[in-house]
Design a protein around this ligand. Structure first.
Ligand SMILES: Cc1ncc(COP(=O)(O)O)c(C=O)c1O
Length: 387
């Protein structure tokens, strides 16, 4: 069985598993407890993990807030900034995002502008519409799903408080030019967030060179455990980032995220980041080589294949394509005992892809496929003959 759905989730790295195990067994202390050894050990483990995550993006450990994953990080950052800017700073109510964001960004923005209350269309139908007083602009994208700096710049107005744009698209793999987009916002003094979930550990991210204010991450996309992630929040002048907490309660995570730390998960996330940093160059080289081989094998097998996404700027290992004479759901089912691939995002599995719609390929919805290569699969291209 070849697993090629690493954008949905990755297998856990055995080194990560080994690092986590003691915190599920003997080291079960609560890091918020005091004085006794098990509590102190747990606290040290959480702080070590914070350093490991920070080190991967060259940030300060105090700028990392652990969350329950990237959906939570996106909600925390967007709702937190929106609340703070509108109600504390009184500086505006307008948010800019794009039409191809992950649902955790799109639905959060639609919650703020009153379009969406619940997550599924069905339960949303019965929900009351609430005017929360926010306006959201959903930017158009090019054929690769990327936002241009002109488009962003033209849509900023006096009420704009936040821009949120995805770094690497989970469905078609294209990368936004986050450096240039963030610079546009910095010049106009607008806060900038990027959902970096699909690029952490796959690209060399150095936040000392990219003027982003906020980033979202998830451990299970880089061989860590599910149910843990982080928000990067750039420290302000007074080390008090301007953002309201999403989960209220205890004072864990500097008061930004209440709830007992999932120590084992946090330790696993930290270890995954340490490995990603250690192996980054080899990883990228290996995945890129494998990607070229798989693309060639696919071209040989399907002569009418159409590759999507930016051929030069995409997440290493993400291959998205159209097979005009194959129905995706039927074909994926048919080959599912030999290979695991997907027909788009795992979070929108029963709906047509709005990403394809946004790049002008609505009619190809039932012929769209995504393969995402991981580090544990070997010589995939040879095995593609079996599909
Ligand atoms: C770009 C992007 N953002 C956010 C998420 C949500 O991550 P999590 O599963 O950790 O909530 C995903 C995962 O599918 C993703 O690909």
């Amino acid at each position: 069985m070849i697993y090629l759905d690493n954008n949905a989730t990755t297998p856990i790295d055995p080194e990560v598993f080994d690092a986590m195990e003691p915190y599920l067994k003997e080291e079960y202390g609560n890091p918020s407890s005091k004085y006794y050894l098990k509590a102190e050990n747990a606290k040290k483990a959480v702080e070590k993990a914070r350093e490991q995550v920070a080190s991967l993006i060259n940030s300060d450990p105090t700028e990392i807030i652990f969350t329950g994953g990237a959906s939570e990080s996106n909600n925390f950052i967007i709702k937190g900034v929106a609340d703070y800017q509108k109600f504390i700073e009184n500086s505006g109510n307008h948010i800019i995002t794009s039409k191809v964001e992950h649902k955790a960004v799109l639905q959060t923005c639609k919650f703020l502008n009153g379009e969406v209350f619940m997550n599924s269309e069905e339960n949303n139908m019965y929900a009351p519409k609430v005017d929360r007083g926010y306006e959201v602009t959903f930017l158009d994208v090019n054929e690769y799903g990327q936002v241009s700096t002109e488009n962003l710049s033209n849509n900023i107005n006096d009420n704009t408080i936040l821009t949120s744009l995805i770094w690497g698209n989970n469905e078609i793999g294209s990368l936004n030019d986050i450096l240039s987009l963030a610079k546009v916002c910095k010049e106009k003094d607008i806060l900038f967030h990027s959902d970096a979930t699909q690029v952490l550990g796959k690209l060399d991210i150095d936040i000392s060179k990219v003027p982003v204010d906020f980033l979202s991450f998830s451990a299970h996309k880089l061989y860590g455990p599910k149910g843990v992630g982080a928000a990067f929040i750039r420290s302000g002048e007074f080390l008090m980032p301007d953002i309201t907490a999403l989960i209220h309660g205890g004072s864990q995570e500097y008061g930004y995220r209440a709830g007992t730390h999932a120590v084992h998960n946090i330790v696993g996330f930290g270890k995954a980041c340490e490995i990603a940093k250690r192996d980054m160059n080899d990883y990228i080289e290996k995945i890129k080589k494998s990607e070229i081989e798989v693309r060639n094998a696919l071209k040989e097998k399907f002569n009418n294949i159409v590759f999507l996404g930016d051929p030069n700027n995409h997440i290493p290992g993400t291959i998205s394509f159209i097979l005009p004479d194959k129905h995706n759901e039927l074909y994926i089912k048919q080959i599912s005992d030999r290979i695991a691939i997907s027909s788009g995002s795992a979070c929108s599995i029963n709906e047509p892809s709005y990403v394809l719609d946004a790049i002008g390929r609505k009619n190809d919805n039932t012929h769209f496929f995504r393969m995402s290569i991981g580090k544990f699969e070997k010589t995939i291209h040879n095995k593609l003959n079996s599909i």
